[in-house]
Design a protein around this ligand. Structure first.
Ligand code: ADP
Length: 538
């Protein structure tokens, strides 16, 4: 067979050639813009040629610091299209971490949304490698700024070459993307994606039993483009000629519901907090969401109650998926098998709340205390993965040793596997509650609490205990309508029949909100500190 290199430029070329009329619908600060793939392709080439003019060389890193919109999409293809590496930076990290990441990656040029100018003015003196800033804006002129040298995206694009030939002399193993984990512990760790891994991961997204992204879809990545490449959706969508809806800056659940209705979105992807917010909006006001064929949810566990409400109340198919920065990310996805169509509703949602089956192309092993675990849905072990879109090391980082060993990625996630092969994430190794030599899954307790009709969010964390080593404490945010009506005792009674007695939380605290990481995951360390302070002050 031909040894053809799988590279990112091929994806944009296909969109230009076959889907020039198809649209990218992009919400920016000043409203909704509609660009065709023909236009996007020309603008992408202009940006590539400008980066060449700026002296960016093959293998150099170019950072983006932006929301989901068409300019960010152009950067996604323009940077690897001229041989450089697209480094998507998480806009929600704190300024020190942002500076750390940019210096660690050695970004040469930064493409920044105009709303973030003040942040970069604050950290610019700490940035050691940046040679130019390009500001993505709808406005005619840039505001006065101390960044230097600074360029206006649209103006500089006009000087670019719309027929620039994408750089093709690329070995598919060379890097095309760079993304740092959201750093729940320690400094963020970088993962370099190769051209090949991006292409293969995109191909997997198109599989019928995976996300099944196709030309006929109208896809809305709500998951940020700085979070594991918006789960690869922008790459797959462009390649397949899929219409893209980019929700832009500072979106709200109301705005997402309106976009779904007006643009007839067929598939949307985001973390559970996004879908919790949307659910609340749909329950309060009527929208036409009938176009949706799938809501893809991952990043942290999707509560069973939420899945059920989406499907039963709103007829929106809900697909639970699992992955991590190190895995591109999609590796596990929950779809029932054909012969499972006659199971009870209860069983169906048990399965759908699991993370699901390993996608084709990836291999797994689950290692318990005494070797590989039994597939009985009970025995717990750490999930190990390998495959062509799984990282083999962290970028310039000593911490690679712990996570990558003998050709496997040690995910740090504790799972069970049932008889059908469905994986269920029980916890992260560091969040498991170790009570009296046994393990309690914080995730199971959280999901059970979130299935209660009055509960908006729940997080369960371990607190030190003299006799049992650790005990679970639950923190609950009630829905507005339930505030002051629901008691701790009522929730305890709700949990009691579902768990062994020793699993039940020692206490339930009511909070106004649960602290979250930059990508909307529960920040359990902070929560635990808050709880300890609470008990000390009692
Ligand atoms: P970080 O590791 O910094 O949180 P990632 O986005 O790479 O950033 O997070 C990956 C982790 O998120 C996984 O290792 C897993 O613990 C968790 N995760 C992802 N998807 C799910 C899911 N569907 N259910 C439960 N946990 C999930």
């Amino acid at each position: 067979m031909m040894d053809v290199q799988l590279t990112v430029p091929l994806m944009m070329e296909r969109a230009e050639k076959f889907f020039a009329k198809k649209k990218v619908i992009s919400r920016t600060a000043n409203g909704i813009q509609r660009l065709s793939y023909g236009e996007i392709g020309r603008r992408t080439r202009q940006l590539s040629s400008i980066l060449v003019d700026f002296g960016v060389e093959k293998g150099d890193k170019v950072g983006t610091f932006a929301w989901n919109h068409h300019r960010h999409l152009e950067a996604y293809f323009a940077i690897p299209g001229m041989g450089a590496v697209l480094h998507t930076i998480n806009i929600r990290l704190d300024p020190n971490q942002i500076a750390y990441i940019i210096n660690h990656a050695e970004d040469r040029v930064l493409l920044i949304d105009d709303c973030f100018l003040p942040l970069f003015e604050q950290i610019k003196d700490d940035l050691k490698t940046v040679k130019a800033y390009i500001i993505m804006t709808d406005n005619e002129e840039l505001p006065p700024t101390s960044l230097y040298p600074v360029h206006h995206y649209e103006k500089i694009l006009q000087q670019g070459n719309p027929t620039y030939e994408f750089y093709k002399e690329i070995n598919e193993q060379e890097p095309a993307g760079l993304c740092y984990t959201s750093a729940t512990t320690g400094d963020p760790k970088g993962v370099l994606y190769s051209h090949r891994s991006i292409v293969l991961h995109s191909m997997a997204l198109g599989l019928a039993d995976n996300a099944a992204v196709s030309e006929s879809d109208i896809a809305m990545p709500v998951v940020p483009m700085f979070h594991v490449n918006a789960w690869g959706l922008p790459f797959a969508a462009v390649w397949f000629g899929t219409t893209l809806v980019m929700p832009g800056p500072f979106f709200t659940p109301k705005l997402l519901a309106e976009l779904i209705e007006s643009e007839k979105v067929t598939i949307a992807a985001g973390v559970p907090t996004i879908w919790l917010g949307l659910l609340k909006e749909l329950e309060e006001k009527e929208y036409d969401t009938s176009s949706l064929r799938a809501v893809l949810c991952g990043g942290s566990a999707a509560p069973k109650g939420v899945i059920e409400r989406f499907e039963k109340k709103f007829n929106i198919p809900f697909v639970h998926a699992y992955g991590m920065t190190e895995t591109s990310p999609l590796v596990v996805l929950s779809r029932l098998k054909s012969y499972q169509s006659n199971i009870t509703d209860e069983e169906k949602y048990e399965y759908k709340a699991k993370q699901g089956l390993l996608v084709p192309g990836v291999e797994m092993k689950v290692m318990g205390k005494d070797g590989e675990v039994k597939w009985d849905g009970k025995e717990m072990g750490e999930l190990l993965l390998r495959g062509p879109w799984i990282a083999s090391e962290y970028h310039k980082d000593d911490r690679s040793h712990g996570a990558f060993c003998d050709g496997w990625l040690y995910t740090g996630d504790v799972v069970t596997v049932d008889e059908e092969g469905f994986i269920k994430i029980v916890d992260r190794t560091k969040d498991l509650i170790k009570s009296g030599g046994e393990w309690i899954s914080s995730v199971d307790l959280e999901n059970a609490l979130m299935a209660h009709e009055s509960v908006f969010e729940a997080a369960v964390v371990p607190v030190p205990h003299e006799q049992w080593q650790e005990r679970p404490i639950a923190c609950v945010v009630l829905k507005e309508s339930a505030k002051n009506h629901v008691t701790k005792e009522e929730l305890m009674q709700f949990l009691a029949p579902q768990f062994a007695k020793w699993w039940l939380p020692d206490d339930i605290l009511f909070l106004d909100e649960i602290p979250k990481t930059s990508v909307g995951k529960f920040l359990k360390r902070t929560l635990r500190d808050q709880i300890l302070t609470h008990y000390q002050s009692e």
